[in-house]
Design a protein around this ligand. Structure first.
Ligand SMILES: C[S@@+](CC[C@H](N)C(=O)[O-])C[C@H]1O[C@@H](n2cnc3c(N)ncnc32)[C@H](O)[C@@H]1O
Length: 296
């Protein structure tokens, strides 16, 4: 079956228009707090899925190496400009639905503000499971359809879709909100054990952000985040889970695998990686591995 379509950020100024100039200091601060509460203190290799321009990457302090994966090459170029080309960072242009890594490679993975572009969320989460070690940590942020604003809108008849039903709602093309129960169910079905839930961004309301200082909103959100253990009624939910599958997946050697035929290892030819099985070539240009389309 073909993979679902990708929401394109190619050429987008998302980082600057949405974050740097978009009045989202509050959201950025509360997400930083949630991430800090979820992250392991240290680790070897972390996969950041949908890394964008690397807004969160400096927060993965304790990890020796970080793979920034994004479908948009221009987002990765922006990340490179912010973070540099140090060995610590590996930049990979690829589709979450077709990850180019051998099974069980990573001891941790994060996916922040990215699941909401997934038309087939369980399939995307299944890919994460494959590349995580047993016992590895996965930190997922997802957009919550069961948030107080949408419940009120629904009750006041300002919104037709129900926030209470389990199916995702596509509120704009390739933008989905999910019901927490559905996401937790998918994770459990894949063998993840859920360890921690945080309810994040309680005060994502224009009026609050206008009249109340950001530091006060952040302070109260940081306290209320813990209520996520019992209920999740915020627009953003963070969940930390652990790969609970019993035996280690077979490691085929190497790091990358061919996203087309699954063969590993790939042969390093400097400007490209070659799959000795299907003969496809995957480009490497200016420090970015490109697994979106094979070279012609
Ligand atoms: C809303 S941005 C979030 C960026 C970053 N995680 C942050 O929080 O600042 C979503 C990112 O997911 C990427 N993305 C969307 N669909 C993808 C897919 N199928 N495979 C890889 N990346 C994808 C987009 O290119 C974009 O950079």
């Amino acid at each position: 079956m073909p993979n679902p379509p990708v929401c394109s950020y190619e050429g987008s100024d998302y980082q600057s228009s949405f974050w740097d100039k978009g009045g989202r200091e509050y959201e950025d601060c509360v997400e930083a707090i949630a991430l800090k509460r979820m992250l392991p203190k240290s680790g070897h290799l972390l996969l950041e899925l949908g890394a964008g321009a690397g807004r969160n990457t400096p927060r993965y302090l304790g990890f020796e190496r970080i793979v920034l994966l994004d479908y948009s090459r221009t987002q990765l170029e922006q990340a490179q400009a912010r973070l540099g080309k140090a060995d610590k960072y590996i930049y990979v242009a690829a589709d979450v639905y077709r990850l180019p890594f051998i099974d069980g490679l990573f001891d941790a993975a994060t996916m922040i503000r990215t699941l909401h572009h997934m038309a087939d969320a369980p399939k995307a989460l299944g890919q994460v499971k494959n590349v995580l070690q047993p016992g590895g940590t996965f930190i997922l942020e997802f957009a919550n359809k069961l948030n107080l604003k949408s419940i009120l809108r629904y009750w006041l008849r300002g919104q037709t879709w129900s926030p209470f039903t389990l199916e995702p709602v596509e509120f704009a093309e390739l933008n989905f909100d999910f019901h927490p129960k559905a996401v937790f169910g998918w994770l459990k079905d894949l063998g993840f054990t859920i360890e921690k839930k945080l309810a994040v961004s309680h005060f994502r309301v224009g009026l609050f952000k206008k009249i109340i200082p950001t530091s006060i909103l952040v302070f109260f959100d940081s306290i209320f985040q813990w209520t996520g253990a019992w209920w999740q009624l915020t627009p953003s939910v963070f969940v930390r889970c652990r790969g609970g599958w019993p035996s280690a997946p077979t490691r085929t050697g190497g790091f990358f695998k061919c996203p087309e035929c699954g063969h590993a290892p790939l042969e390093d030819k400097m400007d490209y990686l070659e799959c000795s099985s299907c003969k496809r070539k995957w480009g490497v240009k200016d420090g970015i591995y490109d697994f979106r389309e094979p070279m012609r």
